[in-house]
Design a protein around this ligand. Structure first.
Ligand code: SF4
Length: 391
């Protein structure tokens, strides 16, 4: 197995995407299974935990960040649980080790509860140029049910705080398929979010993940989600309506004004290399994908003692990578560019996957345009079944 601080052997000095995982939240949401933990309430214990985290992530970057970052994404968790000087010290460390390309997209996720003018202004001035905020809904009943720590009014106010701090590239997350939610409820939510005028929107259907309070409710039979047809109708309505109001559908779950597509996430969908720092962070370098331990102390021990301890590690062979590049690329509505694919693998997708592509075309789920293989509308509705062909 690989040390956390040790990159796979590679002389590659090409830029890579960098992800920083900040594992703290004020309170855990009822549906969330991310690698994150609720912080103790403010005070010395919370401060000590945050300091230990920052010290360790700086060490991890110092040990292994030797390539320039083409994009940087601070996710979580709730990165804005940290103070501005802590967040900026991590960004400075990336600048000092490998560097950040001029004009790189530098995103930070924030929770509306942590929106504060001075914090946001310091982050904007310190080099963050994109802010992603989790709204999830603009319905106070649903927000309470999701276990969110903010109201709809607070979410709207947080958006204006971000604008006031100078963020001119803001992404908002919204969920659908929520308990008791009708298609009309979701339409009202989405219209409310669009009325604010963000540059980017991400939409996710609620899935009940094991080990969450929602899973316990589902097991007891007291979590009633919309029918599958309603879930599908919400998804399809978003894909129909958002482009008509200026948000291009560029990925299954992502919509943007022209030129505001997420460059960081696009690197994942092109199956490019990325380096993740922090507990629970994933990396993909030289065809090797590995995962840091989510437990903060175990991750910290691996970094400082340089012991060979990861949650997971596997290396793809070339066929595995070609397959992955297909199903990740098909997530983008423009699809997999055949000339680009040929340049990367020596032949276009049809040369490698004629049987798979034939079955998918026969099913009506993908199509060949002049330049790409892409999902059809029918394929968009069953995208996971399409991707399974390449797994
Ligand atoms: S704020 Fe986000 S990461 Fe934190 S518990 Fe809620 S959904 Fe999970």
């Amino acid at each position: 197995m690989l040390c956390v601080n040790q990159q796979p052997t590679s002389t590659n000095a090409e830029p890579w995407a960098v992800y920083i995982h900040v594992p703290f939240c004020g309170r855990r949401c009822a549906y969330c299974d991310f690698a994150t933990s609720a912080l103790p309430s403010a005070g010395p214990a919370a401060d000590a935990l945050k300091s230990r985290y920052v010290q360790t992530v700086l060490a991890e970057i110092g040990q292994s960040a030797q390539r320039p970052a083409s994009s940087v994404y601070f996710g979580g968790g709730t990165p804005t649980q940290l103070a501005a000087d802590q967040l900026l010290s991590i960004l400075d460390s990336l600048r000092a080790h490998g560097g950040i390309l001029p004009g790189a997209e530098v995103t930070i996720e924030a929770n509306p509860t942590t929106a504060e003018g001075a914090l946001f202004a310091a982050l904007r001035q310190g080099g963050f140029n994109r802010l992603s905020m989790g709204f999830q809904s603009l319905d106070d009943r649903l927000l309470a049910e999701l276990g969110r720590t903010h109201s709809a009014a607070e979410a709207r106010a947080a958006y204006h705080v971000a604008r006031g701090a100078g963020f001119d590239n803001v992404s908002l997350d919204l969920m659908f398929n929520l308990p008791g939610q009708t298609l009309e409820d979701f339409q009202r939510d989405l219209e409310g979010v669009v009325a604010l005028g963000p540059e980017h929107l991400s939409l996710y259907s609620l899935t009940v993940e094991e080990g969450t309070p929602f899973a316990a409710r589902a097991a007891r039979g007291d979590l009633i989600l919309p029918d599958e047809e309603v879930d599908a109708a919400m998804f399809e309505w978003a894909h129909d309506w958002l482009p008509s109001v200026g948000y291009g559908a560029y990925e299954i779950s992502n919509f943007a004004r022209a030129g505001r597509e997420s460059r960081h996430n696009s690197a994942y969908w092109r199956n490019e290399e990325y380096r993740g720092y922090g507990p629970g962070a994933a990396s993909y370098v030289a065809r090797r994908r590995w995962l840091n331990h989510a437990d903060l102390e175990r991750w910290r021990a691996a970094v400082f003692q340089q012991i060979d301890d990861l949650a997971d590690s596997e290396t793809r062979d070339e066929d595995g990578e070609r397959r992955e590049t297909m199903y990740l690329g098909l997530r983008r509505l423009a699809g997999v560019d055949t000339a680009w694919y040929e340049q990367r693998y020596g032949a276009p997708p049809e040369a490698w996957f004629s049987a798979e592509l034939g079955r998918l075309v026969a099913a009506g789920w993908i199509e060949r345009t002049d330049t790409a293989w892409r999902l059809t509308r029918a394929g968009l509705m069953v995208a996971n079944r399409v991707f399974m062909e390449f797994v």
